[in-house]
Design a binder for this molecule. Structure first.
Ligand code: SF4
Length: 161
């Protein structure tokens, strides 16, 4: 059965330094949520990514996300897809040492429903072979590739660019 990683809301992933990419659509949504104009949001809360292919959220001097408030995300209802996708769609080898998400083996339809709820994506459950391959590489629930074969970069803890 496919494994769903159930987030425990410890906020550890929001404390890792890295690049949280924001698309133009996400910028518009977050700016509206904060009551800011898009230009103002970009000036106050984003930085150019190292590949110069787009923008990422600013972080605090200690490396945690600028929008982390205690253990809460200040933009939770509109947070970037990259944040929603971790750890079920992308993750990095050894992520279990830092992330407290609990692996749950679920029937395929339930897995699909939980993935949709967590990420907004409608993904096909991984096949037995894909699950086994992920397990033998890096533990029972780790893989550098998303469950539906989506290939995400995993060079840093926050999906570096
Ligand atoms: S995804 Fe993992 S590290 Fe992030 S809040 Fe959930 S349990 Fe914690």
């Amino acid at each position: 059965m496919p494994t769903f990683l159930e987030c425990q809301r410890c906020a550890a992933c929001c404390r890792w330094p890295g690049w949280v990419r924001v698309s133009p659509e996400e910028i518009a949504r977050i700016a509206a949520f904060l009551g800011l104009g898009e230009r103002e949001f970009i000036a106050r809360h984003t930085r150019l990514r190292p590949d110069r292919q787009g923008l990422a959220l600013l972080e605090k001097p200690n490396g945690e996300c600028e929008f982390l408030d205690g253990r809460d995300c200040r933009i939770q209802p509109v947070k970037p897809q990259q944040c929603r996708d971790f750890p079920n769609v992308w993750r990095f080898p050894g992520f279990e040492q830092f992330c407290r998400a609990v692996p749950r083996e679920l029937p395929p339809e339930e897995w699909r429903r939980r993935i949709r709820e967590a990420t907004g994506r409608d993904l096909a459950p991984p096949t037995e072979t894909q699950s086994e391959a992920a397990g033998s590489e890096a533990g029972p629930s780790a893989s550098s590739t998303g469950p539906a074969g989506l290939d995400f970069p995993t060079r840093s803890r926050r999906n570096d660019v």
